[in-house]
Design a protein around this ligand. Structure first.
Ligand code: NAP
Ligand SMILES: CC(C)=CCC[C@@H](C)[C@H]1CC[C@H]2C3=C(CC[C@]12C)[C@@]1(C)CC[C@H](O)C(C)(C)[C@@H]1CC3
Length: 627
């Protein structure tokens, strides 16, 4: 087993020490995660899971601190000095202990110049921590006068930011501005003036939370990128759908004129999409199948997910077969593809608006780290809330695994029927059968191993917003079906050797994809599984290890490699006459390369030098010796 050592520095990885909250003189118990020799900063983790980088001077050894007693007389509180009325918030609970949850609301933005840093109330931040008080002796020892003066100055700066004592207060603070308001579950009592000691605490904690939030880099080209993707993605779907209907669907051909609005909006198509989603929702909530546990959240909690996806696709298949038997003409899906896509798009927009609005009333613990930039458009696109749920109904999990994914197979099947109708065939063509079977296998496998999705980036890290809602409900069913749609009117006879080669390619890709995903999933679920004991690992400061042999020792994303090989096998049956059926392959390369780089940054942030060591050991990202 490879092991990793931290350079000789004052505090070692795993040490429990006292870390100062930025902008305050309060120290909290933290654990040292790593030390970066270059920046001379320690990454520490607070008890609430917040990770921050601190200078050595902001860290003290735990000796010399004493726990603040719960029964400490309130009159001793420095906060009772009324002259320091610089409250950033009022809390309803006059807590006698600082261990009580401190609640604040923050509106974060780094997009406007400091002169315009006034904003409305945005988020409710909740941080649970147990601050400890530094003893006088220790304080004297550790802080020289200059440092103290500087600290006081900083504190004054923070506190001097004017704060109204109403819930709609406006606050300005470094490094970002924020407002405070009463927490929903703090009872119905009217806000009361906060103890200054709480005020100090609130401001300090908010500063730390804000630092953590703002330090998360923006993806997808940042705020400008979000505008672009919001417009480009729907426009691209529209372009593809119009293009695939052409006799000669060359991507270089000028797109056909846009149909009139009344041709795009179809109430019946809208109704069918709604019915399909409701049908899938009913199957999802049925108490059938396993209740699987998700990965631990920042709060340590593990959500439960009903993983009955395989059951859902089987019941859906039976229902579709029954409908066809009853004479329902599924070729409607082919002839109303555009209208169905527009209806799904509208639903995804409505869902995204709902998700954005509800995320404004969610506690910060439930927000994804990357979806809280303070910029409305970016956050709407990227998604703010990590696991939006209506009771036990997990919206992100449901959308990712059910209506779009099973809908993809339904559309492929409808295309096979449309091909038979259009070309007067008794059975679908070989390429159509291959595309249908390959993609069905992919979806069925995803649903059979539904639990594995719980360890993927989307479920663990990404917020649920427009990107995923649109991706799941529109992008997947209406662009991943381009090959089968293309084959409806563009036959491509395949020789037996070509057919055999394509099948072998698909199976090889599938084998790599499944084995590598299962290996990681099994390891993440039970790292001490005896079946995995032959695998080498690198320990990391977070307590989790990284696989460095087996599939994950070949390349850093063996699952992407398998997925790409499968994508190739999906396009090959369509031949080389047009680029359109190759669109998925091209898009997928871009998507996976980008995902890999996003994941690299995320893992570097999480695992620090252990990740660097993993990257030194496993040199290639997706394709051995190539990339
Ligand atoms: N068809 C499509 O449109 C499509 C699109 C995207 C993805 N996919 C597929 O979906 C699947 C999931 O993809 P994903 O993007 O979520 O990425 P993933 O590869 O499943 O997950 C990445 C995570 O795995 C963990 N990890 C990375 N290296 C590791 C190692 N050496 N040992 C142990 N754990 C390690 C890390 O998380 P922790 O350390 O925090 O656990 C990392 O963040 C893939 O098979 C992908 O091909 C399909
Ligand atoms: C809007 C755009 C351009 C992107 C949104 C991305 C989104 C469509 C994908 C992100 C993760 C993907 C994914 C699957 C489908 C497509 C995504 C949701 C997946 C459910 C397909 C089936 C697989 O077996 C899987 C491993 C479960 C996949 C997980 C990731």
């Amino acid at each position: 087993m490879l092991s990793m050592k931290m350079p000789t520095v004052k505090y070692q990885r795993g040490d429990t020490v006292m870390g100062r909250w930025p902008g305050s003189s309060l120290y909290y118990e933290v654990k040292v995660l790593r030390f970066d020799a270059k920046s001379q900063l320690y990454t520490v983790i607070y008890k609430d899971g917040t990770e921050l980088e601190l200078k050595e001077q902001d860290i003290k050894s735990a000796a010399g601190f004493q726990t603040r007693s719960r029964s400490r007389s309130r009159s001793r509180s420095p906060g009772r000095r009324r002259s320091r009325s610089r409250s950033p918030a009022r809390t309803t609970r006059r807590s006698s202990s600082r261990t009580a949850a401190v609640v604040a609301a923050a509106a974060i933005t780094d997009s406007v110049p400091p002169s315009r840093r006034d904003t409305k109330l945005k988020d409710t931040l909740e941080v649970r921590l147990s601050p400890l008080q530094q003893t006088k002796a220790a304080e004297n020892n550790s802080n020289n006068k200059h440092e103290k003066k500087e600290e006081k100055q900083k504190e004054e700066n923070n506190m001097a930011n004017k704060v109204n004592e109403t819930s709609e207060a406006k606050v300005e603070a470094e490094p970002a501005r924020y407002n405070l308001r009463r927490r929903k579950d703090d009872g119905g009592a009217k806000p009361a003036a906060a103890e200054p000691e709480q005020q100090e605490e609130v401001a300090a904690k908010m500063a730390a939370t804000l630092t953590a939030t703002l330090s998360t880099p923006l993806d997808f080209g940042g705020k400008l990128g979000a505008y672009f993707w919001l417009l480009f993605l729907p426009a691209w779907v529209l372009f593809l759908v119009l293009q695939v209907n052409l006799e000669d669907p060359s991507l270089t051909n000028f797109p056909p004129p846009l149909p009139p609005l009344e041709a795009l909006l179809d109430v019946q198509a809208f109704g069918f999409v709604i019915l399909w989603i409701l049908f899938q929702a009913v199957l999802y909530i049925l108490p059938v199948g396993k209740l699987s546990e998700g990965m631990p959240l920042r709060s340590g909690e593990r959500l439960k997910y009903r993983t009955n996806g395989f059951f859902a696709i089987v019941v859906s298949a039976v229902a579709v077969a029954a409908a066809v038997y009853q004479g329902v003409d599924l070729t409607y899906i082919h002839s109303h593809f555009l209208q169905l896509a527009v209806a799904s798009f509208l639903i995804s927009v409505l869902l995204s608006v709902y998700l954005y609005v509800r995320s404004r009333y969610t506690s910060p613990e439930q927000l994804a780290l990357g979806g809280n930039s303070g910029n409305v458009v970016y956050d709407f696109f990227k998604g703010r809330e990590l696991n939006p749920r209506i009771k036990d109904f997990d919206l992100k999990f449901f959308c990712e695994m059910r209506p779009g994914l099973i809908g993809w197979c339904l559309i492929n099947f409808a295309m096979a029927l449309a091909e038979m109708k259009k070309q007067g065939l008794d059975a679908p063509s070989n390429p159509m059968i291959l595309v249908n079977l390959f993609q069905l296998l992919y979806v069925v496998d995803g649903l059979w191993n539904e639990e594995a999705i719980l360890t993927t980036m989307d479920l663990m890290h990404d917020g649920f917003g427009f990107m995923l809602a649109f991706g799941d409900l529109v992008w997947v069913p209406f662009t991943y079906t381009m090959q089968s749609y293309y084959l409806v009117s563009h036959p491509n006879p395949l020789s037996l050797p070509a057919l055999t080669a394509i099948v072998i390619l698909k199976l090889v890709g599938f084998y790599i994809f499944r084995k590598s995903n299962s290996e990681k999933n099994a390891f993440r679920r039970n790292p001490s599984d005896p079946k995995l004991s032959y695998l080498k690992t690198i320990p990391t400061a977070t307590g989790k290890s990284l696989l460095v042999s087996g599939w994950w020792g070949v390349v850093r994303h063996p699952n992407y490699l398998g997925d790409l090989i499968m994508a190739l096998a999906w396009s090959l049956p369509c031949g080389f006459s047009h680029l359109l059926p190759w669109y998925y392959m091209i898009y997928f390369i871009i998507l996976l390369v980008h995902r890999d780089s996003r994941d690299m940054s995320e893992c570097r942030r999480k695992y620090g030098s252990a990740w660097d060591e993993y990257c030194r050991t496993v040199r290639y990202r997706i394709i051995p010796r190539v990339y």
